[in-house]
Design a binder for this molecule. Structure first.
Ligand code: GTQ
Length: 350
């Protein structure tokens, strides 16, 4: 509403609201400006989780409950501005998952799309439709919606990764289905690494027979650190830097050249030592992992110190700039994939 109303009009309106409320009717004019915002006003807050601190709690949980008992032993990174919603931004979820030596997180599938970004440990696996991806630090592994997945660790060390899922998006659409496989692990369908060989080199098998075993729309599910990290270095050595992003590369779905999954985009970026990026804001609230380096993120004036393995979230439409004290390498994921489909995505460069 634009102007304050006279008292007698107000009291009659309030009586009217009270009468209609039991009929599940409410007046738009009382809430319109809060519904149709002039610009995003995210309820999510800027937040950083110290990896060491979160890891400590995760390991203590590991002493008390097994991966099998928990189905997924994960500490949710819940945005302090979204209490009780199991969300890191309004549309996405993040958590830290621990698999201890000898454990299996049993096989299931669901509508939700998931990414895993490995933070600690080497050699445990995520199996997607019965094909194991052997996980190494800073690998990106996908379990796209509807694909069977189980995790297991037959190494001698704990394995911890960041889970990023579209749980709040699927909840928003009321479209969640999930089922468990009767067995803890999916039967092996093909040897580990088969999909990387077939789809991991900007190529795909020519049609025919078992060559096209993977779902056509979502064939690739493993993006290795050993491929993305040198690509970023080569870019930094040769290309002019983007003053707002640094050197940045987005992970793609080779089936269509689009984002990795229908609801989640992911990228990596490198900011050279001593460099400060120009301020930029975008509508896709983004969760970051510090892969290497030390520095600072300034987010609408708030400052976060960045250290390796820390995780932080920058909500929608917050102006963000990075300063790299030593060369900073970051991984980030967001709902840009969804927003672009819905023609909602916007960015603004300072
Ligand atoms: O690994 O399948 O963090 O289903 C949350 C839900 C992980 C998983 C999560 C899940 C998973």
């Amino acid at each position: 509403m634009n102007k304050p109303l006279p008292n007698d009009q107000l009291s009659q309106l309030e009586a009217l609201y009270a009468e209609m409320a039991p009929q599940s009717l409410t007046p738009l004019w009382e809430v319109l400006s809060a519904l149709v915002l002039n610009q995003p006003q995210s309820p999510a807050q800027v937040h950083r989780w110290s990896y060491d601190l979160a890891r400590d709690y995760l390991m203590r949980a590991g002493d008390l409950i097994s991966a099998e008992q928990a189905e997924r032993r994960v500490l949710i990174l819940e945005n302090p501005g979204l209490p009780g919603l199991s969300a890191i931004t309004p549309s996405l979820y993040a958590g830290l998952q621990l698999i201890l030596p000898g454990e299996v997180a049993p096989c299931h599938r669901h509508s939700q799309c998931a990414l895993r970004f490995v933070i600690e440990g080497e050699g445990a696996y995520t199996a997607v439709d019965g094909e194991k991806a052997i996980m190494r630090p800073f690998d990106l592994v996908l379990t796209p919606g509807g694909q069977w997945h189980d995790h297991g660790n037959f190494t001698d060390n704990p394995m911890i990764w960041l889970d990023g899922l579209d749980i709040p998006t699927v909840r928003h659409f009321d479209a969640s289905f999930a089922e468990k496989l009767p067995e803890a692990t999916h039967p092996q369908t093909v040897k580990s690494g088969d999909t990387l060989v077939r789809y991991g080199h900007n190529m795909r098998p020519m049609r025919g027979g078992v060559a096209d075993r993977r779902p056509q729309h979502q064939p690739l599910f493993h993006y290795t650190y050993t491929s993305w990290r040198p690509a970023l270095d080569a870019m930094a050595a040769g290309a002019e830097i983007d003053p707002h992003l640094g050197h940045a590369l987005e992970f793609l779905n080779p089936a269509n050249g689009g984002p990795i999954m229908p609801t989640i985009s992911a990228h990596v970026r490198l900011i050279p030592q001593g460099y400060t990026t120009l301020s930029r804001r975008s509508t896709d609230g983004t969760t970051f992992v510090v892969v290497e380096g030390e520095g600072e993120a300034r987010i609408d004036g708030e400052s976060l110190a960045l250290s390796p393995r820390d995780i932080f979230v920058v909500p929608s439409w917050k102006a963000l700039e990075f300063s790299a004290r030593s060369q900073l390498v970051l991984f980030g994921f967001s709902d840009k994939a969804s927003q672009q489909k819905l023609n909602l995505y916007k960015e603004q460069l300072a």
